[in-house]
Design a protein around this ligand. Structure first.
Ligand SMILES: Nc1ncnc2c1ncn2[C@@H]1O[C@H](COP(=O)(O)OP(=O)(O)O)[C@@H](O)[C@H]1O
Ligand SMILES: [Mg+2]
Length: 292
């Protein structure tokens, strides 16, 4: 369904078309009962009927999954689905996706990037604990909210999520953020660790990591298959360089679980402050009382 400014959908009024993805069109709309901004995702109409059918399956899968996932602060919240109009209503995330942010600012600063990546890691842990694999972790599917204080990063686009017994052959449109094993239909949460590590590579270097098919071909020819991120950006420490490469190992067995990989990452600054305060709670309390 194509929507335009002023169109009504239940209690929502369309404000404008906001963004386009590979298969979805996202509108910014207002919930008239709560006076709150929402996002509405519908399907692109400029595709063949066969493609439309596939995309519809994807949207319906996305609404089912989001409906089950919306308890986590780093996963976009589901509101409702209009069956007839094929429109998915979600929380509106006011900001840019990680890919847009890179286009605007060039490679990003350490302290911001770790925080964004860490939050998405927590979202993925939640997804994996529910026996699901996102399978499309890439910068366009990570939203960074534009708030001034602590920036929330949010995982979106649950269209090709896979669970153990679901057979799906859908793949992301680009392979720079996907492990080559994903092409065989492998079900493994570590596929998402690869995606997130590749996002970290991309955010710290502003270079696309090599396409995973090309990596395999180079590897077979006995060539270096991936330029280490530190070669693109020498300010990346050896430790962070190695953590990224570990997450992007061609052998899935060598890729750690999301929980283990997050432990290897340097903690975002505010986390370290929180730890410090926790560890010194008695001193903090004493100071508070002293200055009261
Ligand atoms: N809830 C949302 N709030 C704000 N912007 C969003 C929201 N969901 C998606 N977007 C924007 O729209 C783009 C496309 O959405 P996405 O769900 O990824 O579509 P597709 O499945 O077609 O890739 C995203 O990259 C993002 O910029
Ligand atoms: Mg997307």
């Amino acid at each position: 369904m194509t929507l335009s400014k002023g169109d009504k959908l239940g209690k929502y009024t369309i404000l404008k078309e906001w963004r386009r993805g590979g298969y979805g069109v996202i509108y910014k709309a207002i919930d008239n009962s709560l006076n709150e901004i929402v996002a509405i995702k519908t399907l692109r109409q400029d595709v063949s009927p066969q493609q439309y059918k596939k995309n519809l399956e994807r949207l319906e899968r996305e609404k089912d999954i989001l409906n089950r996932m919306s308890g986590h602060p780093n996963i976009v919240k589901y509101y409702e689905y209009f069956q007839e109009e094929k429109a998915l209503v979600m929380e509106f995330l006011d900001g840019n996706n990680l890919s847009e942010l890179l286009e605007q600012k060039g490679r990003l600063k350490y302290r911001f990037v770790f925080d964004y990546i860490y939050q998405i890691g927590l979202a993925l842990k939640y997804v994996h604990d529910k026996d699901l694999v996102h399978r499309d972790v890439q910068p366009k599917n990570i939203m960074i909210e534009k708030t001034k204080v602590k920036k929330r990063s949010v995982l979106i686009d649950f269209g090709i999520v896979k669970y153990q017994y679901l057979v799906t052959n859908e793949h992301p449109s680009i392979q720079n953020f996907t492990h080559h094993k994903q092409q065989d239909g492998t079900f493994n949460p570590k596929l998402d660790v690869y995606g997130l590590a590749a996002c970290l590579y991309n955010a710290l270097t502003n270079e696309l990591p090599t396409d995973s098919g090309e990596r395999v071909r180079r590897h077979r020819r006995g060539e270096k298959d991936l330029i280490p991120p530190r070669r693109h950006n020498p300010s990346i420490s050896q430790k962070v360089n190695d953590v990224i490469l570990k997450g992007m190992d061609l052998e899935l067995e060598n890729v750690p679980s999301i929980e283990k990989w997050l432990k290897l990452l340097p903690k975002p600054l505010h986390w370290r402050w929180q730890q410090l305060i926790k560890a010194n709670q008695s001193i903090v309390n004493w100071l508070r009382n002293f200055f009261r």
